[in-house]
Design a protein around this ligand. Structure first.
Ligand SMILES: Cc1cc2nc3c(=O)[nH]c(=O)nc-3n(C[C@H](O)[C@H](O)[C@H](O)COP(=O)(O)OP(=O)(O)OC[C@H]3O[C@@H](n4cnc5c(N)ncnc54)[C@H](O)[C@@H]3O)c2cc1C
Ligand code: MET
Ligand SMILES: [Zn+2]
Length: 616
């Protein structure tokens, strides 16, 4: 009889942690490598769990895939580690009516960018092939935080074998996966993809795992399993430490049975003592057949601070519009900045954009200045957010703050790396890159936090994304735009462009994109400025003609500025011909220049408002 057959009538006992248990025994290395270098240690783990009451054990192969083994330079031993792990588990289980599951662990944590799904699939397939070439009784797919990753791997596994498959998600928040997918929906989807047993492992102790199961109804085909951690982890002397109370853990197993769980084991922090307690509490217990689940009342989510103004992208889809970047100063005097934004508003700009420590140099916090110009001068701010300066906690906190202040226009960018800025020794955080940030902001618009938690309200962000057309292969930059659209971008702001031909090329390459594109124009102020931008700023390239025009006037400051404005006007003519959105970038807080260019843009659209002459 197979273990699925047994689960029809009785609760089965799984095993506990492998990794943390070996660690407790003083081992701190690649645990899968022990299958070859010190197999007795692995046998001891299996024997201890079987002796404690485990009826279903798992192979020591959680990280025996080429992606994870590569950290130790052991990726070419994948097959060896998997096959030897099965032999060790099978020999421990022999003649004891104990089943052996071949374990495959998830790769992705919160960040998605480290490995592509294609790379993960390839690595999964390789490990799966090794395991399926042995005598295992089933598969255990465990510790999957990323549901898409799990569904892809499960699909591969289901196609490859008829053996029973146990499929586990891991949650950071009670009852929901990353992205806000409710646990019940996830488990039901896994059943539909062919998993025979579905459940959770790791991250949570029994308390939160039980809470997560509370509103999940029984499924018609798949059984439930639970492998909680011993407790929430504590962090002591740089190490994760788990509370250990086997008695409490065993008692919780009874509650799991009441929730409909039929296979109970343990994950990080658990030991044979925990499994013994579980076994004493519920081994062989008859599973429940009916579960009454109270439908969870979803709170009506209120949208606070919804700006009743027409959104920026709505404006730009309807008419020509102009936004102007005015960067927060590098010093504490913010008078010019505030005065500039007031004047830009009077000139009719649709929004003032505030960079986020651009070129990785510290400036006055753009959130503070955005709040001042919005509340005191009714300017619509568009706040840039880089991934560079904030980890996930900081990013979410920052976005919640923006929402609270009613600032709903943001530009999500990866951010220039710290090494190009004033503090080259500072760390770049990059918990996320622009794509993930866009997606996560859009998730907050659904009232769901980064980790899947209910935020109690929906944010109302319109998310801009960066577009760098100054690259060798424009079509690749356009592909990135398309990907950003898939992730939820609402509109684009481009790097400054310095050639008319380039503007036409951009138009041709992007005309299928329906989202507004604001073409960046930054007037040059001097020949030095032109040379700096051309030679040192990533993503900016000037034409030879532009540099020559500026070079000719290099000794005359005023004439240089006027030439800069003149050249910008020539580019604006071209932007106006092809695009609805203009994104002016103010150099060195010289807002008179961008005011004149704003007026020029308006004059092209509205003959009743001729350009005002400004002298510097
Ligand atoms: C409108 C705008 C505003 C900006 N505001 C800020 C700011 O306020 N603060 C700040 O620090 N930085 C800012 N930047 C700079 C920006 O963060 C970097 O230039 C960034 O690497 C490009 O945009 P992104 O962040 O969306 O990067 P992504 O598109 O996410 O690109 C990330 C990485 O991929 C690379 N990449 C991009 N395009 C290609 C391509 N076609 N082919 C191959 N690789 C590519 C990039 O070099 C980068 O390393 C801004 C850029 C723009 C265009
Ligand atoms: C990080 S979860 C680890 C699961 C694996 N089964 C182990 O106990 O090592
Ligand atoms: Zn674990």
């Amino acid at each position: 009889m197979g273990f699925l057959e047994e689960m029809k009538t009785r609760t089965l006992i799984g095993d506990g942690a492998t990794g943390t248990f070996l660690y407790l025994k003083g081992l701190d290395r690649c645990f899968e490598e022990l299958n070859i270098s010190d197999p007795q240690k692995v046998r001891d783990v299996h024997n201890a769990y079987i002796e404690a009451g485990s009826e279903v054990i798992q192979t020591n192969t959680y990280a025996a895939n080429k992606i994870k083994l590569a950290r130790y330079g052991l990726e070419d031993q994948t097959d060896l580690f998997n096959k030897s792990a099965v032999q060790l588990a099978k020999s421990a289980a022999a003649d004891k009516n104990v089943y052996v599951l071949g374990t495959l662990g998830g790769i992705r944590g919160f960040q998605k960018r480290a490995q592509s799904l294609e790379e993960i699939e390839e690595s999964f397939k390789e490990q799966l092939d090794s395991l399926l070439n042995t005598e295992i009784d089933g598969l255990l797919l465990e510790t999957y935080y990323d549901f898409e990753e799990l569904t892809r791997c499960l699909t591969i596994a289901r196609k490859a074998t008829n053996l029973p498959i146990v499929s586990h998600v891991s949650l950071d928040e009670v009852g929901v996966l990353h992205g806000g997918l409710p646990l019940g929906d996830a488990l039901s989807a896994l059943q539909d993809l062919g998993a025979d047993v579905v459940g959770m492992n790791c991250r949570m102790g029994p308390f939160h795992m039980l809470q997560s199961y509370e509103d999940v109804p029984l499924l018609d085909k798949a059984y439930f399993s639970a492998y909680p951690n011993a407790s929430l982890p504590d962090y002591i002397d740089g190490r994760l430490v788990y509370q250990t109370n086997p008695q409490y853990f065993g008692e919780s197993a009874k509650s799991f049975v009441r929730e409909g769980v039929r296979l109970i084991g343990g994950c990080c922090g658990t030991t044979p003592d925990h499994i013994r307690a579980v076994s004493n509490a519920v081994k062989g217990k008859e599973p429940i057949k009916v579960k009454h689940v109270k439908a969870k009342q979803r709170k009506n989510i209120t949208v606070f601070h919804k700006d009743n103004k027409e959104s920026l992208q709505e404006i730009t889809l309807r008419r020509k519009s102009v936004i102007v970047e005015l960067d927060p100063p590098k010093k504490l005097n913010v008078d010019d900045f505030i005065e500039g934004s007031k004047k830009l508003k009077e000139a009719g700009v649709d929004a003032v954009t505030l960079a986020d420590n651009s070129l990785a140099s510290p400036r006055v916090c753009n959130l503070s200045l955005a709040s001042i110009i919005k509340s005191q001068h009714d300017v619509r701010p568009l706040v840039h957010i880089t991934c560079r300066d904030r980890n996930l906690i900081g990013l979410q906190s920052h976005l919640m703050g923006l929402h609270t202040l009613g600032i709903d226009q943001v530009l999500a960018v990866t951010g220039d790396p710290t090494k190009i800025g004033d503090f080259p020794g500072a760390t770049s955080v990059y918990d996320l890159a622009s794509f993930d940030l866009i997606r996560l902001i859009k998730q907050m618009n659904k009232g769901v936090s980064f980790s899947g938690k209910d935020l109690g309200a929906q944010t109302n962000f319109a998310v801009g994304a960066a577009f760098n057309p100054n690259v060798k292969h424009l079509e690749q930059a356009v592909k990135r735009m398309e990907k950003k659209l898939e992730y939820g971008a609402d509109y684009f702001l481009s790097q400054p462009v310095y050639s008319k031909e380039q503007i036409k090329k951009i138009y041709e390459a992007t005309k299928h994109i329906k989202a507004p594109i604001y073409i960046g124009i930054m007037p040059l102020t001097s020949s030095k400025n032109a040379e700096f931008l051309h030679n040192e700023v990533p993503g900016i390239k000037l034409t030879d003609e532009t540099r020559e025009r500026m070079a000719r006037l290099s000794n005359d400051k005023i004439a240089s500025q006027n030439e800069g404005v003149q050249m910008a006007k020539e580019l604006i003519d071209e932007v106006h011909r092809y695009f609805n959105g203009l994104y002016l970038i103010t150099p060195f807080l010289r807002y008179e220049m961008t005011i004149e260019l704003t007026n020029y843009w308006t004059s092209l659209t509205n003959v009743l408002s001729p350009p005002k002459k400004v002298s510097y």
